[in-house]
Design a binder for this molecule. Structure first.
Ligand SMILES: [Zn+2]
Length: 243
């Protein structure tokens, strides 16, 4: 009864809305059926390292790896994403990020849990990609930490929102080439001194909203591995797919 009362109260404050279209739905975290059909979920076969879908533009280069992972092996063990960052996926991510549609995290959590099941089963903690304090002031929340927090609640894997810190303000990545993105975020992340002992020897899942070139994921993974992490996996809501 208490749970029901709490839910009713929550609905009075925050009427349940579709995570994508904003249309009214029965329960928080639902996606309206019309919106659901437009989402491209990431499905196998994909690169066993970076998760790039084969046949969607990703090229298998042997051993279950894509051509990019063979040419330039990432520091992370796996990167997995729930949905493609295509037209609908982009709307979903951008409204979550910039339009204060934070209730959508309830819809994303089961998607993330499923996409990242392999990594999550052996993970010691979830580490969200941090925002620079200046950007948190403008946006008021870190969307990666919101997702990691909800995922922690659903899976029981601890959430370490303060393990990583952004050491400098980096310009927006939009419109930059892969090489420019890598230079933009190189050395932009560090493990907090207070977290170094906890990170050492641990298997960590880095959480972010979108995997684009992978430059941010690589930079964060290198910082965590540099502090002695045993392994780093990456889990994002969406990923750019090659078409
Ligand atoms: Zn790959």
């Amino acid at each position: 009864m208490l749970a029901h009362a709490a839910r009713t109260l929550l609905h009075m404050v925050l009427p349940p809305r579709c995570a994508l279209s904003g249309a009214p739905v029965d329960a928080q975290g639902m996606v309206a059926p019309g919106a659901w059909a437009q989402i491209t979920f990431i499905t196998p076969p994909f690169c066993r390292c970076c998760g790039e879908m084969f046949g969607f533009g990703g090229v298998e280069a042997g051993g279950g790896l894509c051509d990019r992972c063979v040419a330039d092996p990432p520091p992370f063990v796996t990167a997995r994403a729930a949905i493609a960052y295509d037209g609908t996926g982009r709307d979903l991510v951008l409204s979550f990020k910039h339009a204060d549609r934070t209730h959508a995290v309830a819809a994303f959590t089961p998607w993330l849990a499923r996409a990242g099941a392999g990594a999550l089963s052996g993970a010691d903690a979830l580490v969200p990609v941090p925002l620079h304090p200046r950007r948190i002031l403008a946006r008021r929340y870190n969307q990666a930490a919101l997702m990691a927090n909800a995922l922690s609640g659903a899976t029981g894997v601890p959430h370490w929102p303060r393990a990583l810190v952004r050491t400098r303000h980096t310009p927006h990545q939009v419109g930059l080439s892969a090489g420019q993105r890598a230079a933009n975020v190189e050395g932009a992340f560090a493990v907090r001194d207070s977290a170094r002992a906890a990170v050492a020897g641990r298997t960590l899942v880095l959480v972010d909203d979108v995997l684009t070139s992978g430059a941010t994921a690589r930079s964060c993974a290198r910082a965590l591995l540099g502090a002695g992490a045993r392994a780093v996996h990456v889990l994002t809501l969406a990923r750019v797919v090659r078409l």
